[in-house]
Write a protein that binds this ligand. Sequence first.
Ligand SMILES: [Zn+2]
Length: 449
Amino acid sequence: MTQAIDTLIHARWVVTVDGNCDPCDDHSVAVHDHRIVEVLPRAEAVVKYRCAQESHLDSHILIPGLVNTHTHAAMTLFRGLADDLPLMDWLHHHIWPAETRWVDEEFVRVGSSLAAAEMLRSGTTCFNDMYFFPDVVAEVARNIGIRASIGLIQIDFPTAWAQTPEDYFRRGLELHDEVKNWDLITTAFAPHAPYSVSDKPLIKIQTLADELDMPIHMHVHETEHEIRTSIEHFRMRPLERLSRLGLLTDRLLAVHMTQLLPAEIEAVADSGAHVIHCPESNLKLASGLCPVAKMADTGINVAIGTDGAASNNDLDMLSEMRTAALLAKGVSQDPTVLPAHEALRMATVNGARALGLEDITGTITPGKCADLVAVDLDHINTRPTYDPVNQLVYSAGRNQVSDVWVNGNHVVSAGKLTTIDVAPLFAQVSIWADRIIATDSESNEKAAS
Ligand SMILES: [Zn+2]
């Protein structure tokens, strides 16, 4: 008797990232009711299962969906607005004025939709976001069908989203209650950074995170300037301050971490906190270098994020994996560190673990949700294929992503997005770009005069 299931995916190679990253030749993944049922040789699968949907991916590597562990999705609308500038010039004269002027619900809706389209099309099935109007980001993610950890942003100063620290908490917790039973959506506290959130709200966040069992997503030790100003204001480095406030725990996702003393690496390892490495953003803004190899040696869970498109400038996790691997070798002057299979783990299972979603996604494991990505290696730049995982990390481009499933739904099919109509989206993006560039030119003139 054959067993009836929803979907059967046959791939040239399946890399489960469950245990190891060894490719299984000519294997199939059986999917039913949104979940992975079994990974088995193709010859056995065709005998055992019958299904409504069958995908034949004869030159493809099938991997778990990529987890982008640090984004500001809506900032796609600022992509390329201000490049090749020092961080403070970039922030004070371009990004913050543009955010003050333009960020509202509609901005976040259009920018997050563009981000979701870009992420799905390049194999990201889950993202961890921090931005204003997180309610809109959650709605966009649910409608488009991409998994998202929505950051309940907290920052000391007023914005269009909230006015006071209490206001941020109220709106964030209302959103948490609203989405708690939504498919694909979870929430995390997202205090912006140690320099932009004061002690009282940070302590409250830790208390609430413990009560509600939620992660805490925060920029930490991004630049040398951040360390210097913390010593001036608090007489201690940011990480020490977070530790004293009780935030250095296994709930913390510390993003960037480019300035670390050996004792701080030890403290992070002891705490079980997760580090989110954003190599391309760190390089572009010349923020510093995250000592990934040293951290991995101490057992710290390191995951990968792109950061926002204003400082990257893309949301491409394949290229982020490659940059992470190359940069770790360069920084440590050791070509053996961060091999391709480890970069793939960082971009999948490590991200899922950091977000508390390890039982849901991050590996191709029976019982988990079917978040899957197929990359076609039958391209000029990935021939010959001696080792498909090495080819994926060091040679493949995101244009080679052919099919993507989130929660068993086929959201990219033969290179086409199935849940987003890109033509009207592009029209909305153009309208926003015209508005934004006009005011950016005005603020440049003011800054110059
Ligand atoms: Zn960021």
